[in-house]
Design a protein. Structure first.
Lengths: 107, 477
């Protein structure tokens, strides 16, 4: 396999590993880190495919913006839920949703 | 005055449609009062919509342009203007400072998707789509000021959108290597050296846009985001974000499907995804217990019908896709705008007897529901009928079946909703907004009346959709 092919295969593997982790990890911080990993894989794939530099710059800008927003969300989640574990966030949301519907129904 | 504005704007129309909302966003954040910020945001959004409509009218009357892009840009700009006009009554969803940011982010969502629909190459589409998507995520997160569940919804959006973004970037690389250019207009005519790579790249780009449009079964983020976001955020998400992403998807498909080397594969993938979205979206809408989630899942079913229409790959198919896109936007404004006017009351069982308590809101929701069912003399019927015609014309009988199935499911879940509004009696006191003259209700009522009016007199819309579809074939080999 040509060096470009090996690099592309590695990039796709990195992207897939990041994507799967971003979707399955219970910890929000790990999810955001996995997203960054997926973006690095995508950018490495761009390099392996010889894409124009404009595409790489656009990818880097988007990845940086996502990471920034992700970190801001982690901070807000920790402040409001006192947790960054996804199952705990989901359980708290399910509880508050049922409570608010009951409250509106009672009113 | 109006003529002078248009004369000044015409030479730079594409730039103004994209830049006016962004400039408005900056000014809205700097405005000292929330009301002034809203006025600035509404004026900029309306200016962008007027220029986009004029740009589309001039572009569609000529030939050789980007018909799908022109048509959809005007649609997205008008949806953004409607949402921002209604936002004046929804500023209480946030504090004074957060309200300004919400208006600015909504303008960025509209500008982003307009940019994605006007960008000549895939890098431009990617950057504009990311701008819109990240603004949507931030807008939903901002709803966390009142309901912390919105933060969790925003997290789901960020995760799904981040994966979509990575796939989009890889898709750009594959298309660049396989086709040799990233210019969209070149796709139908260029000799594709590596069709396998190019088709995979187009597939990844379309999958990324489908995920952002909330097409089932890729819509993992939809339930939490729509269910917990505030009224204004969910209105922008459904009427601007989902419609813009779906329009960008149709536009990319419109350039890829006529390409001989990859067109058949792309069309089959789109058709499969569309059929799955109709089935999954309809089933989820039937099971929905919340008005916003019902609107989101019904939107996924409608998006599926749009994808099937585009997958037909014919002029009639693309015209049907554009008409359905219009119908989808109208229904999103009606259901989500009507829902926003109701305040915190979103659970379906709390809408019992709403027809007597809030007649204007109930009427708007009912008109949207009728269009969603595909009832005759509505814009929804027109869209479905065009899909059936195009499907039968291409020998895709199953596509006609999918349109009928979507309508039957719509009869079930919208019929149940309308029955709640007018037949059932309320078991509890109503705590939502019931002022018929609330500004928040204006876009929903207008869109509801438009959904019926354009169903009765559809000539202009059909001509515009047909002209847009015909332009796509000017660049085809």
């Amino acid at each position: 396999m040509a060096p470009d092919g090996i690099l592309l295969a590695g990039a796709v593997a990195l992207l897939m590993a990041g994507a799967v982790t971003a979707w399955t990890s219970a910890n929000v911080t790990k999810r955001i880190a996995a997203l960054a990993l997926a973006q690095i894989g995508a950018l490495a794939g761009l390099s392996a495919l010889g894409a124009p530099s404009a595409a790489s710059v656009a990818g880097i800008v988007a990845a940086f913006a996502q990471l920034t927003l992700g970190v801001a969300l982690i901070v807000r989640l920790q402040e409001t839920y006192n947790s960054v574990e996804a199952p705990e966030l989901d359980a708290a949301d399910a509880l508050s949703e049922s409570q608010s519907q009951n409250k509106l129904g009672d009113a | 005055m109006f003529g002078l504005f248009l004369d000044w704007a015409r030479p730079h129309a594409a730039l103004i449609v994209f830049a006016a909302p962004l400039a408005g966003a900056a000014l809205a954040v700097l405005a000292p009062m929330a009301r002034l910020a809203w006025l600035i945001a509404a004026v900029c959004a309306i200016a962008a919509a007027v220029v986009a409509l004029d740009f589309a009218a001039r572009g569609l009357s000529g030939g050789g342009g980007d018909g799908a892009g022109l048509f959809a840009t005007a649609l997205v700009a008008c949806c953004a203007a409607a949402a921002l006009v209604g936002a004046g009554a929804l500023l209480t969803d946030w504090g004074p400072r957060a309200g300004r940011y919400a208006l600015a982010l909504a303008l960025c969502v509209g500008a982003g998707w307009s940019g994605a629909l006007l960008a000549p190459d895939l890098v431009g589409v990617f950057l504009a789509a990311e701008t819109a998507w990240l603004a949507s995520v931030a807008l939903v997160a901002l709803s966390g000021e009142r309901d912390r569940g919105a933060l969790n919804g925003a997290l789901g959006m960020l995760g799904a959108g981040g994966v979509a973004s990575a796939l989009f970037v890889l898709g750009i690389g594959l298309i660049g290597r396989g086709v040799g250019t990233l210019q969209l207009a070149a796709l139908p005519a260029v000799q594709i050296a590596m069709p396998g790579l190019a088709a995979t790249g187009v597939g990844l780009v379309l999958a990324a846009l489908a995920l952002k449009a909330g097409v089932a079964p890729l819509h993992v983020w939809v339930g939490a985001a729509y269910g917990r976001a505030g009224g204004f955020a969910s209105l922008v998400l459904g009427a601007v974000g989902a419609v813009g992403a779906l329009a960008a998807l149709v536009r990319v498909a419109a350039f890829a499907i006529p390409a001989p080397a990859i067109g058949a594969g792309v069309a089959m993938s789109l058709a499969g995804l569309g059929a799955a979205s109709v089935v999954v979206g309809s089933l989820q809408a039937i099971g929905a217990s919340n008005l916003r989630r019902l609107a989101a899942y019904a939107g996924a079913a409608q998006a599926g019908a749009v994808l099937i229409s585009a997958a037909l790959g014919s002029m009639a198919g693309f015209a049907a896709a554009l008409v359905q896109l219009f119908a989808m936007a109208a229904v999103a404004i009606v259901l989500l705008g009507g829902g926003a006017a109701l305040g915190g009351v979103q659970a379906l069982h709390l809408l019992n007897g709403l027809g007597r308590r809030a007649p204007f809101t109930a009427a708007a929701i009912s008109l949207g529901g009728l269009s969603l069912m595909g009832a005759p003399l509505t814009i929804g019927f027109l869209g479905r009928w065009r899909l059936i015609e195009a499907g039968v014309g291409a020998g895709w009988w199953w596509a006609a079946g999918a349109a009928i199935a979507a309508s039957l499911a719509g009869v079930f879940y919208c019929g149940r909703l309308i029955e709640r509004l007018y037949v059932r009696r309320a078991a509890a006191a109503f705590t939502g907004g019931d002022n018929p003259w609330r500004l928040a209700l204006a876009p929903a009522l207008l869109a509801g009346v438009g959904a019926i009016g354009l169903g009765l007199a559809p000539d202009g819309l059909l001509r515009a959709a047909a002209a847009a579809a015909a332009q796509l074939w000017d660049g085809a080999p």
